[in-house]
Ligand binder design. Structure first.
Ligand code: SAM
Length: 173
C-alpha cells in the first residue's frame, strides 16, 4: 500500500517538536511522504539527517496549500483517510482501508474545517476521546498494515540496530 500523510492547520504557536514527531512517525510506520505547511527549516533538515543515517526515501514536502494537496488526491489515485475522534472506529474501518492501493492520511494540528470531513472517503476515530495526531497516525498506520511495517527494512541505511534485551547494539557508522 502506498501511503502519504497530510498535516493541515496551524496552531497559534508553532510547535516544531510535534511537527517533527508527526514526520518521524509517518516515516517509521511506512509512509512515503508527509505534506506540511507552516514548518520551520529545522524539520526538513532533521528528516534529511535521519534518512542519511537510517535509510529509506521518505520525503517532507512543504506545501503552501493543503487544500490543493487534498483536492488532488483522486487524480493521484489516493483514497482520503481523515483521522478524527468523531469518525468510525478504527477497528471497523481498518480492514476496508487495508484493501486500498494508495491512501492520503489527513491529520489536524488544530481545528479541522468541515470540508475535510466531506472530502474524506473514510473519517476514522482511534477511540472517541481527544488525544494527539501523532498517536492517532501511529495506530492507524499499524492497523492498516497489520504490523508488517515494523519489520520493513530501510534501503541504503548506514546504521542498523541489532535488537537486544539489554543495552544498545548498533552496526554501521
Ligand atoms: N478539536 C480538534 C478537531 O477539530 O478535530 C482536535 C484537534 S487534535 C489536538 C489534533 C488532531 O489529532 C485531530 O485533528 C486528529 O487528526 C487527531 N486526533 C485526536 N484525537 C483523535 C482520535 N481520538 N481519533 C483520531 N484522531 C484523533
Amino acid at each position: 500500500m502506498k501511503i502519504s500523510v497530510l498535516r493541515i492547520g496551524e496552531r497559534l504557536v508553532r510547535d516544531d517538536r510535534v511537527t517533527t514527531h508527526a514526520a518521524l512517525v509517518a516515516r517509521a510506520f511506512g509512509a512515503a511522504r508527509i505534506y506540511m505547511s507552516d514548518i520551520g527549516g529545522s524539520i526538513p533538515r532533521t528528516l534529511d539527517a535521519v534518512r542519511e543515517a537510517w535509510g529509506g526515501d521518505f520525503e517532507v514536502v512543504p506545501t503552501p496549500s493543503w487544500r490543493r494537496v487534498l483536492a488532488g488526491a483522486p487524480a493521484r489515485g489516493e483514497r482520503v483517510v481523515h483521522l478524527t475522534m468523531y469518525g468510525v472506529p478504527v477497528g471497523e474501518a481498518a480492514p476496508r482501508i487495508a484493501g486500498e492501493e494508495s491512501i492520503l492520511v489527513v491529520i489536524g494540528a488544530g481545528k479541522v474545517p468541515r470540508e475535510v470531513y466531506d472530502a474524506a472517503d473514510y473519517n476514522v476515530a482511534v477511540g472517541a476521546q481527544p488525544h494527539s495526531e501523532v498517536a492517532a497516525l501511529a495506530v492507524l498506520l499499524d492497523r492498516v498494515q497489520q504490523g508488517r511495517e515494523l519489520d520493513a527494512g530501510f534501503a541504503g541505511a548506514r546504521r542498523r540496530i541489532v535488537p537486544s534485551a539489554r543495552g544498545k547494539r548498533v552496526v554501521g557508522a
